[in-house]
Design a protein around this ligand. Structure first.
Ligand SMILES: [Zn+2]
Length: 484
């Protein structure tokens, strides 16, 4: 796709022309201000740091997040904030891998809150983009590039929040900890997973954590903005399906060859129906969304399990959205597929990967047994590749109240909804430790911009960086006030 929101070549040239050059060597882009001086132009500083972050290619694998972690640590230290670079397992990264950690101390009356983001990104296919994905273009009110939303933009908002808190000398009752980790996009085992196992000291017995996974659906066209705070996630139950059969020359086909056997197994998986099941978290999410739903759906949203069970018309409207359907069902998608390496070879083995996502509270081994029963072929083996249980965080906490209070103040009339997401983030590593973890990034995104996550022309409005920092600071101030 070469068209960028209808912006043609001339406008694109303008975008590039606006790209800010960064002064060589300077860490903080706008000179060194003392603690008394407010940040003159918080938005421009955030945009410049994000642009530099995008120019450091951290496509995972291999990640190579170390230089970016260094940049963020340097910015924090330059602003007089305690920070350190945390070495993590290197893997195959030539430039190394690391996490960035920083802390603005509170008075110790309450346990810390962690602002968690990640440094790595998914790949970008330059031929689908209107600009070079790792050039960090700043212009037209946006920062464009891979990671602008997911999640370098989140890291920069968190970083600037610490800078702002340190400068304001806001009295804090708890430490605010900045943590940006490597390796999230491939499951976090060498990032957040490694840190929670090996470097618990960095978490300082935190009570709360905010990370990606939720945000603000901008209320365009008169719709009410929705602040979606993710309190629960579906969990992955990734499976490898291996079919074995008689190998040989494909000119004399065998009745039990591996590839046809695999295809037959996958066809059964493809036609498998999973039950509709409403978990308490999903029930609550739709109950809170009910007042904003279309008139005909209000009753069904308010009593979701009943509505889905007894009202076929509501059920078909509800399930017609893939996003909604994924919240009330285990899903399974056939992704990787591998048979013979050549046209004229019948291989001994063929395999596929299934990306199954199961509802909070369910177990992967139970779901895998279900798949085994559906396939019902002793020549086909099913093994787990990645699975972990998913825990939810309670929605009745002082942090949730602080988010509600901030919404009432900065975005009056907005709905604040504890939601469940169909994807997963690194939050589960922290929920396992008993930390109340919410997926919430204060940025107002229309669907056209959300599509940039893992897609082409990922970009973030500079205004969103600015509002993000101000909103996060207010949430932390409300949280501090709630303890007094
Ligand atoms: Zn992400």
């Amino acid at each position: 796709m070469k068209c960028f929101l209808g912006v043609g070549g001339a406008a694109l040239a303008l975008l590039v022309a606006f790209s800010l050059p960064s002064p060589a060597g300077a860490v903080w882009p706008f000179g060194r201000a003392g603690p008394d001086a407010p940040i003159e132009d918080l938005a421009a500083a955030a945009a410049e740091i994000l642009s530099r972050a995008i120019r450091m290619d951290t496509t995972n694998p291999p990640g190579n997040e170390r230089p970016l972690a260094r940049l963020l640590v340097d910015v924090l230290e330059d602003q007089g904030i305690e920070a350190k670079l945390v070495e993590t397992p290197k893997g195959v990264a030539t430039e190394g891998r690391a996490a960035a950690w920083g802390r603005v101390p509170g008075n110790g009356r309450a346990r810390p809150i962690i602002l968690l983001s990640h440094l790595d990104t998914v790949p970008a296919n330059a031929s689908e983009w209107a600009v070079e994905p790792f050039s960090g273009v700043v212009g037209g009110g946006y920062v464009v590039g891979r990671g602008a939303l997911d999640a370098k933009g989140v890291a920069v908002v968190h970083l600037m929040t610490l800078v702002e808190l340190a400068r304001r000398e806001t009295p804090l009752d708890r430490d605010v900890i900045f943590l940006a980790t490597p390796d999230e996009e491939t499951g976090g085992r060498d990032g957040a997973g490694w840190l929670v196992a090996q470097r618990k000291d960095l978490l300082r017995d935190a009570q709360y954590l905010l990370t990606e996974g939720g945000g603000i659906l901008a209320g365009n066209g008169g719709a009410v903005p929705v602040w979606g705070v993710s309190v629960a996630e579906k969990s992955p139950c990734w499976l490898r399906v291996t079919a074995r059969g008689t190998p040989g020359h494909s000119s004399a086909p065998s009745a039990d060859a591996a590839v046809p056997r695999l295809i037959a197994a996958l066809e059964r998986v493809r036609n498998m129906q999973t039950d509709v099941r409403v978990t308490p978290e999903v029930q609550r999410m739709f109950e809170e969304l009910a007042p904003y739903a279309a008139e005909e759906d209000r009753e069904g949203y308010a009593h979701l399990s009943l509505g889905l069970a007894v009202d076929p018309r509501f059920q078909s409207r509800f399930l017609s959205s893939r996003g909604r359907a994924a919240l009330v069902r285990n899903t399974v998608t056939i992704t990787v597929l591998e048979g013979a390496p050549r046209t004229n070879v019948a291989p001994a083995e063929a395999y596929a990967h299934l990306d199954a996502r199961i509802l909070p509270g369910q177990r992967c081994d139970v779901f895998a047994n279900r798949i085994r029963a559906v396939i019902s072929d002793p020549g086909v083996e099913i093994e787990p590749i990645l699975a972990f249980p998913s825990r939810s965080s309670p929605a009745d906490t002082p942090l949730f109240d602080a988010i509600r209070a901030t919404a009432a103040e900065l975005d009056p009339g907005a709905a604040v909804v504890p939601r469940v997401i169909a994807g997963f983030t690194d939050a589960h590593y922290f929920r396992d430790l008993g930390i109340v973890a919410y997926g919430f990034v204060p940025r107002w995104l229309p669907p056209s911009e959300s599509r940039g996550v893992h897609g082409p022309n990922e970009r973030i409005a500079i205004q969103n960086l600015d509002r993000g920092v101000k909103t996060l600071v207010r949430i932390l101030e409300h949280l501090a006030a709630s303890r007094q």
